[in-house]
Design a protein around this ligand. Structure first.
Ligand SMILES: [Zn+2]
Length: 230
């Protein structure tokens, strides 16, 4: 007999399989990222299918099996209703959930990542601007996974001149140490450092020129893309 287990977590993403089934990826409290098979989730009358929608917080009872765990029942704990009513905030939250789903390995407990993601969703609901919020969230996420970019000067020599961006080497890298490409101005890397260090809730007070935000976004995107592609 398959063993029954219980956990709670936030639905990160879903994937349709077979004719009416769905695999739901949940960032759980006890087991980290967990993929569960939900039978008949796509039928119009599926209770579990509705509960296990992306960005819902739910309790799940499931059978542990050799193959994918199989859902027995789900109950809804929180829905982030206000967040889902604003398209821009909703999209930012969906992107965050998707990045977490891709960066985290299966079944390794990351309570600090779950706490960060929930904080971020609450802050978005509370009025955190999505652009600043997203950058701040992503930098903190990388940090909690031990992948955060080095932002205190060149990662090799500590120098602060001629800095370029090197996701492969782990952050800022000066030209003397082999850094290539466009120079990252102090304004940009100091903005990245500030966004990483600032509490998410303080993001609504951040005032950065559009051009700095755009560049900072581009650097963080390149950094994440490199880690996802590894
Ligand atoms: Zn250097």
């Amino acid at each position: 007999m398959a063993r029954l287990a219980r956990d709670r977590g936030l639905v990160l993403c879903t994937q349709d399989v077979a004719e009416t089934d769905r695999i739901v990826t949940i960032l759980t409290e006890k087991r980290g990222k967990l993929r569960i098979l939900v039978k008949r989730a796509r039928r119009i009358d599926s209770h579990a299918g509705a509960i296990l929608d992306v960005l819902n917080y739910a309790e799940v009872i499931f059978y542990e099996r050799r193959e994918l765990p199989l859902l027995r029942e789900a109950s809804l704990l929180h829905i982030f209703r206000e967040l889902k009513e604003d398209l821009q905030r909703l999209e930012a939250a969906m992107r965050a959930a998707a990045i977490v789903a891709r960066l985290l390995p299966d079944r390794q407990s990351y309570p600090e990542v779950l706490a960060l993601l929930l904080d971020y969703l609450r802050a978005l609901e509370g009025g955190l601007p999505p652009t600043v919020g997203e950058l701040s969230f992503e930098l903190k996420l990388l940090g909690r996974l031990g992948l955060g970019p080095f932002l205190d000067g060149c990662i090799e020599c500590g120098g602060k001149k001629g800095l370029t961006w090197s996701p492969e080497r782990g952050g800022l890298l000066c030209t003397a140490c082999g850094g290539k490409g466009e120079e990252v101005s102090p304004q940009i890397w100091k903005a990245l450092r500030g966004l990483r260090n600032l509490p998410l809730s303080a993001g609504s007070r951040v005032r950065l020129p559009e051009r700095v935000l755009t560049k900072a976004q581009e650097l963080v995107e390149r950094f994440i893309a490199w880690h996802l592609g590894r």
